[in-house]
Structure formats: C-alpha cells, structure tokens
Design a protein. Structure first.
Length: 250
C-alpha cells in the first residue's frame, strides 16, 4: 500500500521581531507553511500583518529573527534569487494602464525569462483570453485582480501572498475571485498566505488561520477540524472585548 507523500515545508518564520524605537510592530512571531497549504493571515489594522509581508518581500529588515523559504535563509541572501519564489498582490494590482493585459504580462515575462506561451496559458486559466487585448486601464476591478493572479504565477513561485485580493469587488466578483484562487491553487499546488478582513472568505478558502494581535501571534488554528472556525471567531470576540474595555476603537 502506497504511503501518503509528506508535504514539504515552504516557509518557516522563527521569532521574527520588528521594532521602531520603543514601538514593537512584531514580537517573536513564529510559524510555518507547508506545500499546497492556504493559510489565512488575520488581525485588525496595526496587528503586524503588513510588517510581516514587507519583511517577506525584502522591503524592510527585521530587528531579529529568521525567515526560510524552501529551506533557504532569505534574510541573509543578497543575490535576489529567492524573490522568484514569492509572488505578492497587495490589494489592487498595478500595471501600465495604456498597455493591454497581454502586453503587460509579456513585458513581465520577458524580464523574468518566461515564455510567451506561458503568458497565453495563464491568461486562459484566469479567464482573460477574450479580453487580453484590451487596455489594462479599461479593466474592471475583477479583471485587474485576475491579471494580477496571472502575473504572480508567471515565474512559478513556491509562495503567493494575497493581501486583501477582493477589495473593491461586489459580492459576485468576490465569489468569482475566491473560486479562481481555489482553482489555481489546486492546479499549481502553490502555497498561499491569504490576508483578509472578511472571516467568511477565510472560512471558505483556508486550511488554517493565523491571528496576530498587537504584533504577537495569538492563534494558530486548523480550519479542517471540528469547531476550528468557531475558535477563530471567538478569538476576535475576545480581541474586540479587550479593546472595548481599554477604550480603544478599531
């Protein structure tokens, strides 16, 4: 009888800390993500999510701690090769508005050494084949998000970070993007760190949820176990109560 293949570790974060003077934006945060996993990365504004994403994207350096991607220490690597293994969408994707969706992807593909054939394939996968020759500036928000998903998949990353990918979408558009993310995740077996303020999206899409509060990781909860999502809801209820008692407004 064949044994189930063990999923490899894609991302490992250990005791990640970021200080700005006396302010602690991240406080000894540790977690890991495995191959093909979709993990919700949650917390109210100012909880530390954006700081973590900036560190993963090499936009800022941590005060202390470590980050390993596919087993490679990315904080001490200077050749930039690890950046090819991460794809990031922060809210609305940005492209050249006067170029078509296809031309924008081809421009990125050439810079990354990716074939035009892959561009055509990804446009089909995200449902933009019929609209590929329209200017990006004329795209709806949903179409822009679709092109963004195609762009982050161009270089076949190990990890994709999606930060509020349904912002600005109506309920139909939001549902379509969530279904597309599910399809792409299954097809490409990519690991996804999914940031959202909408808990129903996390419940629908994610295997696990990480909750940050005031820079600390306070919950790492599987959503595949009975009652898992209820624990996430309860965690936010406790955060809200604590903030109310302190006179803080979210």
């Amino acid at each position: 009888m064949a044994t189930k293949k063990e999923k490899k570790e894609v991302l490992r974060i250990e005791e990640l800390t970021k200080k700005y003077g006396s302010f602690v934006a991240l406080n000894n945060v540790s977690f890991s993500l495995t191959e093909g996993e979709v993990v919700g990365f949650l917390g109210q504004n100012g909880a530390g999510k954006s700081t973590t994403i900036k560190i993963l994207s090499n936009l800022i350096s941590p005060t202390s701690g470590g980050v390993w991607l596919d087993g490679v220490d990315i904080l001490n690597r200077r050749d930039g090769e690890h950046r090819r293994k991460i794809g990031v969408i922060v809210e609305a994707p940005r492209f050249y508005p006067t170029l078509s969706g296809k031309k924008n992807l081809e421009f990125l593909a050439e810079a990354q050494g990716v074939t035009k054939e892959r561009v055509i394939t990804l446009l089909k996968e995200v449902g933009l084949t019929e609209r590929a020759h329209e200017k990006f500036g004329r795209y709806s928000m949903g179409m822009k998000q679709r092109l963004g998903l195609a762009a982050v998949l161009l270089h076949e990353p190990s990890l994709i970070i999606l930060d509020e990918p349904t912002t600005g979408l109506d309920p139909v558009g939001r549902k379509q993007i969530l279904e597309l993310i599910k399809t792409l995740k299954k097809k490409h077996d990519v690991t996804i760190l999914f940031c959202s303020h909408i808990l129903s999206e996390v419940e629908e899409l994610c295997d696990r949820a990480l909750v940050l509060h005031e820079g600390s990781l306070i919950l790492d909860q599987s959503l595949k176990t009975k009652g898992g999502f209820k624990k996430v809801e309860s965690c936010f209820g406790e955060i809200a109560q604590d903030m109310t008692e302190k006179g803080e407004v979210g």
